[in-house]
Design a protein around this ligand. Structure first.
Ligand SMILES: NC(=O)c1ccc[n+]([C@@H]2O[C@H](COP(=O)([O-])OP(=O)(O)OC[C@H]3O[C@@H](n4cnc5c(N)ncnc54)[C@H](OP(=O)(O)O)[C@@H]3O)[C@@H](O)[C@H]2O)c1
Length: 220
């Protein structure tokens, strides 16, 4: 599959490298495709990944992954050109984290809106699936965990798109997805992340993720 990854931070790099390693045709998008740091990474670790502008990467992808800073994601979509997303599957891995009061972060907005919804509203003809935002980059691919391989939480309005994302995440070492509903649920999927930061801080380990422990009702 042709994949455009918007964002050359750690998340963009991890997902680009891993998808290229699974034989996808990956272009990573950034404002500085010729930047020395990215060129060094491409040569050393990003084997098979090409770099382009946000617009070139969005045009390239049948699948476009959003891995941009949460506060800048809508601006990055403007730079990418919203016309490049028509009818495409878009995985939104971003979080609208607010560090203005320091660490740990809050959210820039929530409860009644989310970045996932804002992305879907900006790209009305794209099939936006929120995914990967709830796990640290260290665990996004082939997660090694003490208690088995969990599922990834997803939401989005298009069932077929979520099915494709389920296949993709299984190819990246997850056992599947927990589909919590339409893109409106992104407000709760994003709200998990400030909690995750606090749990990770309490554990003094940022290589942690949430899993669902299921029991059965015991007659009393
Ligand atoms: N770090 C994690 O473990 C993790 C885990 C789950 C989800 N996330 C989410 O994934 C996203 C990426 O996180 P990250 O840690 O890789 O990097 P980040 O520092 O949050 O974002 C880096 C990316 O944002 C772009 N960017 C920053 N300011 C911009 C602006 N004014 N206009 C356009 N683009 C701008 C940068 O573009 P250039 O390439 O042009 O510099 C770069 O590609 C975030 O939304 C984050 O919340 C992160």
């Amino acid at each position: 599959m042709k994949v455009g990854v918007l964002g050359s931070g750690v998340v963009g790099k991890v997902l680009s490298r891993s998808l290229a390693g699974r034989k996808h045709d990956v272009m990573i998008g950034t404002r500085s495709p010729k930047g020395p740091e990215l060129e060094a990474w491409l040569a050393k670790e990003g084997h098979g990944v090409r770099a382009g502008t946000f617009a070139e990467a969005a045009e390239h992808g049948e699948l476009v992954v959003l891995a941009t800073n949460g506060g800048a994601t809508l601006a990055a979509l403007d730079l990418a050109g919203v016309g490049h997303f028509e009818g495409k599957l878009v995985i939104d891995a971003t979080n609208p984290l607010d560090f203005s009061a320091g660490f740990p972060p809050s959210l820039l907005f929530g409860f009644t809106d989310s970045l996932g919804e804002r992305v879907q509203r900006k790209l009305p003809n794209a099939k936006v699936v929120k995914c990967f935002n709830t796990v640290p980059n260290s665990l996004m691919v082939d997660p090694t965990l003490t208690n088995g391989t969990p599922e990834l939480i997803v939401c989005g309005d298009d069932a077929g798109a979520k099915g494709k994302v389920g296949e993709l995440v299984r190819s990246l070492g997850w056992s599947g997805v927990i589909d919590i509903g339409g893109i409106r649920e992104a407000r709760w999927q994003e709200a998990l992340v400030p909690l995750w930061v606090r749990v990770a801080g309490a554990r003094q380990n940022f290589n942690v993720t949430f899993t669902v422990a299921e029991g059965s009702a015991i007659p009393r």
